[in-house]
Write a protein that binds this ligand. Structure first.
Ligand code: PMP
Length: 432
């Protein structure tokens, strides 16, 4: 009975049995039934071009033969043992690839099943390594939904608990549009943020900070994109006292930002650790931490993971990563992303409620504002989201105030798909 529910019944059952804080997109929520390439089809047979790709999880799009075959082949072997107690060949293969791609010297990799756990693990390691639970996070950040990670999330809308084990202070995020240094040029803005961090270190820490954790482009925060070099300026200050720098690459990794394989690449910084998840499994749940071996190995007690790096997820992840590298999806993100961002900037130039079009590669944010050019226009973002859907395009929404649109298609998006989606989005923006 339950499995043949109509759409309306399913939405009702969801509301009754799932927590109230798991809110759904759209006035009439979507059930995605299948997908192929950069398109998904809902339970009622309507197909959409997907410019949000499972919040960036499906970085190759849908129904990719290489990934499907890898998962099937593993299933055909009986799926087999999932935990870290035994050797898992494809887990070691994947760790070697990520260690080498990370650019971190003597890198070691620990796998998890999600981005939240990846950041929890990074915090555990950094706080142990430095014997301090003080963490510098950024305002407007999002790092996950568990006990410590909500404590380093600088956004009240997502920080579900203040009863956190981490002592967090918040530095300037690089979200210049909403910062008090808004009018400054890149160099002056970076200098102001760096000075602010120096002040924070003496006013708000006891000098023994474990790490700074930062998203190179803030995902949930509305794709807020700092000027290149901000994190180099921060790292210089952190290095003076040995504070670790952790780059949260959950949204920005795997070439999405186009010019660089990791988002932090734009800042010329080699972090002490990076966390990753989302796109790596192309829909299979996987995350992890890659860190300097000495930092990773600082934990003295044993640890174990039942699902981190399990055979099914790592089979999918190896196939996904190999595909992304062999098809130069980073280059595609740069090329097709430029079509989208330039097209959006040109089409929105005369739209007063578009305050900013920002981003890199296939990670593009649109900030919607009221007539004063600054007040967040939350209602407009909701309207454009619905209007885009009516036209057959799925996009994301977010930002500190919920007034930002987020464009993050699969990295396989072709130029003609980009132009098709652009036309729908521009039409939605112009008529909302
Ligand atoms: N870090 C960042 C930057 C994220 O965007 C997210 C998810 N939106 C997470 C961590 C948490 O990942 P997950 O949802 O897989 O736990």
């Amino acid at each position: 009975m339950a499995t043949s529910s109509t759409h309306a019944e399913l939405a009702k059952r969801h509301e009754a049995v799932m927590p109230s804080w798991l809110s759904l997109f759209y006035e009439r929520p979507i059930e995605i039934a299948s997908g192929d390439g950069c398109r998904v089809t809902d339970g009622e047979g309507r197909t959409y071009l997907d410019f949000f790709a499972g919040i960036l999880t499906n970085m190759l799009g849908y129904n990719v033969p290489e990934v499907r075959d890898a998962i099937k082949a593993q299933a055909d072997r009986g799926v087999v043992h999932t935990s870290t107690l035994y050797l898992i060949r494809q887990q070691v293969d994947l760790a070697e690839k990520i260690a080498s791609l990370s650019g971190i010297p003597d890198a070691k990799v620990f796998f998890t099943a999600s981005g939240t756990e990846a950041n929890e693990a990074a915090l555990l390691i950094a706080t142990q390594y430095r014997r301090s639970n003080q963490v510098i996070a950024l305002r407007n950040s999002y790092h996950g939904r568990a006990f410590a990670t909500v404590g380093i999330t600088g956004n009240r809308g997502w920080s579900a608990s203040s009863l956190t084990p981490v002592n967090t202070i918040y530095a300037q995020s690089g979200y210049r549009f909403r910062s008090s240094f808004r009018e400054l040029d890149d160099a002056a803005y970076i200098a102001a943020c760096a000075e602010d961090l120096r002040e924070l270190m003496v006013t708000s820490t006891s000098g023994d900070v474990a790490c700074m954790i930062a998203e190179p482009i803030q995902g949930v925060g509305g794709f807020a994109t700092p000027p290149d070099g901000l994190f180099a300026a921060y790292k210089e200050i952190l290095d003076e006292t040995g504070i670790l720098f952790v780059s949260d690459e959950v949204q920005t990794g795997w070439g999405r930002t186009g010019d660089h394989f990791w988002g932090i690449g734009a800042h010329g910084v080699t972090p002490d650790a990076m966390t990753f998840a989302k796109g790596l499994g192309n829909g299979a749940s996987i995350g992890g931490v890659v860190a300097r071996g000495e930092v990773m190995d600082c934990l003295q007690a044993n640890s174990i993971s039942t699902f981190g790096g399990n055979p099914l997820s790592t089979a999918a992840a190896n196939a996904t990563l190999d595909y992304a590298l062999s098809h130069d999806l980073q280059g595609n993100a740069a090329r097709v992303g430029a079509v989208l961002i330039e097209g959006l900037r040109a089409a929105c130039a005369d739209l007063a409620y578009v305050g900013e079009v920002r981003g890199r590669g296939l990670m593009i944010g649109i900030e919607l504002v009221a007539a004063d050019g600054r007040t967040p226009d939350v209602a407009a973002a909701a309207r454009v989201l619905e209007a885009a859907r009516e036209r057959g395009l799925l996009i994301g929404k977010g930002g500190l105030h919920g007034n930002c649109l987020r464009i993050a298609p699969p990295l396989t998006l072709t130029e003609s798909e980009a132009r098709e989606g652009l036309a729908m989005l521009v039409d939605a923006l112009r008529t909302s």
